[in-house]
Design a protein around this ligand. Structure first.
Ligand SMILES: C[S@@+](CC[C@H](N)C(=O)[O-])C[C@H]1O[C@@H](n2cnc3c(N)ncnc32)[C@H](O)[C@@H]1O
Length: 297
């Protein structure tokens, strides 16, 4: 039986040869997954033998990783906003930069609930996550609002054009005990008949179609529908912006994740909307423009 140390060494050599930028880390994550142990345990016990079944699972995972498949699809989950989300090739792997959108959405909802008196009968704050994918945004937001005991005063919808994605989003809502708080709907952007909303959240595809072939190989395992934003990347974002006058209540806000160089185009599109709107672009933790706040007066 091979030991942990031997498998780590051999796996690292193989993943380095296959072009992984983080071969040791990848190997530790995959072996830890295969033997159901923390990375720290692997490092502390290199002499421990690895059972035959676990070694076979590790070997199969290594082969997939050598082909460029993302670790998240191999392990079947990705951490996002402190929660583990189940993922597979039907959904985009949630990205760390999208946590900013969840944080701003939580801040917005809390402000709406706290800043003014809410006598009995006050309608719920209405929120929709457009292009929910794995459910990352809607589920993480619902989980936070549940912890803060705010969830009963909030109505959350989550929509996606992909029924495959919605199935995964439902699994994640169940897994994080917020399935009763979210209504999942299949729709091209906004579902008919459910507007208006106080808060519209969207991490829609925003990669220019021509750039997709240049993305790292890992992205080729993700659904094209989750990446392809059309010619300049903003086809869907512009369509959603154009729908805001019908879809957003006065005083409402849309929070939309965008590409680092798309802020000026989004501001220009907001300037074309009928009525009074403000748009500001917030940078993410790495300092890149990332989140459009579109406020309706
Ligand atoms: C970039 S992924 C984001 C997934 C998830 N919200 C996240 O942040 O991880 C974009 C999602 O938008 C969905 N989508 C693409 N076109 C759409 C459309 N016309 N209407 C609704 N959803 C769409 C895709 O299926 C995909 O799940």
């Amino acid at each position: 039986m091979a030991t942990i140390g031997e498998l780590l060494t051999a796996g690292t050599v193989r993943l380095r040869a296959s072009g992984s930028e983080s071969p040791r880390l990848d190997t530790e994550l995959l072996l830890g997954w295969a033997i159901d142990a923390e990375r720290t345990a692997l490092i502390a016990h290199p002499e421990a033998p690895v059972g035959v079944d676990a070694a076979a699972a590790f070997e199969a995972a290594l082969v997939r990783r050598e082909a460029g498949e993302p670790i998240a699809y191999i392990r079947g989950y990705k951490e996002f906003h402190g929660l583990a989300f189940e993922v597979d090739g039907r959904v985009l792997i949630p990205r760390p930069e999208t946590e900013l959108l969840v944080e701003e959405a939580e801040r917005d909802v809390a402000w709406r609930l706290i800043s003014a008196p809410r006598p009995p009968g006050t309608p719920n704050v209405r929120v929709i996550d457009v292009g929910t994918g794995s459910g990352a945004i809607a589920v993480a937001l619902a989980a936070r609002l549940s912890t803060r005991r705010m969830l009963p005063e909030v109505t959350i919808l989550a929509a996606d054009v992909s029924d495959d994605a919605l199935q995964m989003a439902r699994v994640n809502a169940v897994g994080h005990a917020v399935a009763d708080a979210i209504t999942f709907l299949q729709a091209d952007l906004l579902p008919a008949g459910d507007a208006p909303f106080d808060l519209i959240l969207a991490n829609l595809p925003y990669i220019p179609a021509g750039d997709i072939a240049t993305l790292p190989v890992a992205a080729s395992f993700e659904p094209r529908l989750a990446l392809d934003g059309g010619g300049d990347g903003l086809s869907l974002v512009r369509r959603l912006l154009a729908a805001l006058p019908e879809a957003l209540l006065p005083g409402g806000t849309a929070l939309m994740e965008i590409g680092y160089n798309q802020g000026p185009a989004v501001e220009a599109a907001v300037a074309e909307l009928p009525g009074k709107w403000e748009c500001r672009i917030q940078a993410d933790l790495s300092g890149k423009p990332r989140l459009a706040h579109v406020d309706r007066s």
